[in-house]
Design a protein. Structure first.
Length: 296
C-alpha cells in the first residue's frame, strides 16, 4: 500500500498542484491507516481493504480521542485515494463510495471590532527597531485579508504600489489579486524606503518582509510578532494573524460588500466557506438591535 500512497501523493503534487502542506497531511493520514491495516488486519494491499475495515479504523481513531474535524480529514484522504486507485484501474471498486463524512459543529469565527483593530495597529511603535515592518505587516493582514503563509511569501515584484494591488499565491497554488488599502500602502512604503534596505544581505531574496538577518520570515515568526504586538496593545482578546483575516471579511460584509467579492478577495474556492461571515454579521446586527431598539 505504501507504493500506491507515494504514487498518489505525486499525483497531488504534479497533476493537481496542491500545496506541500496538503500533501504532507494526506500522506500522514494514509500512512497511519496503512500501518494500522498491517498491524491489526495483516492487510498490505489496497485490494484487501473493505468498508468495514475502514469503519473499524475510524472508530479506533475516535476512541483515541480524535476530533470530528480530524476524522473528516482522514475520510476525505481515504475517499480521494481510493477514487484515484479506481481511476488508475489499480482496484475495481471504490469501497469508500458510501462512506459519509462526519457532521461537524460549525463555530462562528472570532473577530475584532474596528476600534480594536485601530488600537492594535496604533500600538505598534514605528520608532523601535523593525517597528515599520511590524506595523506594515499588521496593516496588510487586515487590509487584504491575507493568510499568514501568503504574507510570508509576498514578493516585491508582485506588489504594485501605484495600483495598490498585490498578487498572492494561496491554497492549491491558486493566484489571485487583492487590493491593498491606502493606510497599508503608506505603511509598506515607509518600511520599503527606510527599513527594508538596512535588512538586505548578499543572499536576500525578494520577499517584502525580512527578518533581522535578511532572510524570509517564517509563518511561526510572523505569528510571534503579531502576538507580541497584541500584548503591547493592551487588548485582552486572544489576537493571532488569522483573526485579522476574519475581521477583514466581517467588516467588509458589515459595510455592504458583496459576498462574492469577499470570496474572491479571500481566495475561497467555495462560496459556502465565505458564508460563515454572514452568520457573524447577523450576530452583530442582533446585538445592535437588542441594545438600541426600545422593544427588543
Amino acid at each position: 500500500m505504501e507504493q500506491e500512497i507515494e504514487s498518489f501523493v505525486r499525483f497531488l503534487a504534479v497533476e493537481r498542484g496542491l500545496s506541500e502542506n496538503y500533501q504532507l497531511s494526506t500522506r500522514r493520514s494514509l500512512a497511519e491507516f496503512a500501518e494500522w491495516c498491517g498491524r491489526t488486519r495483516e492487510i498490505s494491499r489496497p485490494h484487501d481493504v473493505t468498508l468495514p475495515v475502514i469503519s473499524d479504523y475510524l472508530a479506533f481513531r475516535k476512541r483515541g480521542g480524535l476530533s470530528a474535524s480530524s476524522i473528516k480529514l482522514i475520510v476525505v484522504a481515504l475517499k480521494i485515494f481510493f477514487r484515484f486507485l479506481v481511476g488508475r484501474k489499480i482496484i475495481e471498486r471504490d469501497v469508500t463510495e458510501t462512506l459519509t463524512l462526519p457532521r461537524i459543529e460549525r463555530y462562528l469565527p472570532e473577530t475584532l471590532n474596528e476600534l480594536q483593530v485601530e488600537q492594535l495597529i496604533e500600538s505598534v511603535d514605528t520608532k523601535q527597531p523593525l517597528g515599520l515592518r511590524d506595523r506594515s505587516m499588521i496593516e496588510l493582514l487586515y487590509a487584504s485579508g491575507l493568510r499568514i503563509s501568503e504574507l510570508a511569501n509576498a514578493r516585491l515584484e508582485n506588489f504594485d504600489a501605484n495600483e495598490r494591488i498585490l498578487r498572492v499565491t494561496g491554497k492549491g497554488n491558486k493566484t489571485r489579486l487583492v487590493p491593498v488599502g491606502q493606510k497599508a500602502c503608506a505603511a509598506i512604503a515607509s518600511y520599503l524606503s527606510t527599513e527594508r534596505p538596512k535588512l538586505v544581505r548578499r543572499r536576500t531574496s525578494s520577499e517584502i518582509f525580512l527578518s533581522a538577518r535578511g532572510t524570509k520570515l517564517t509563518t511561526t515568526r510572523i505569528w510571534q510578532i503579531v502576538k507580541a504586538c497584541a500584548r503591547r496593545s493592551g487588548l485582552e482578546t486572544n489576537i493571532y494573524p488569522h483573526l485579522l483575516r476574519h475581521s477583514f471579511a466581517t467588516h467588509l460584509l458589515g459595510n455592504g460588500a458583496d459576498l462574492r467579492i469577499i470570496q474572491e478577495m479571500l481566495g475561497h474556492a467555495d462560496i459556502s466557506t465565505t458564508q460563515v461571515y454572514t452568520h457573524v454579521d447577523q450576530q452583530r446586527l442582533k446585538a445592535v438591535h437588542r441594545k438600541f431598539h426600545p422593544r427588543a
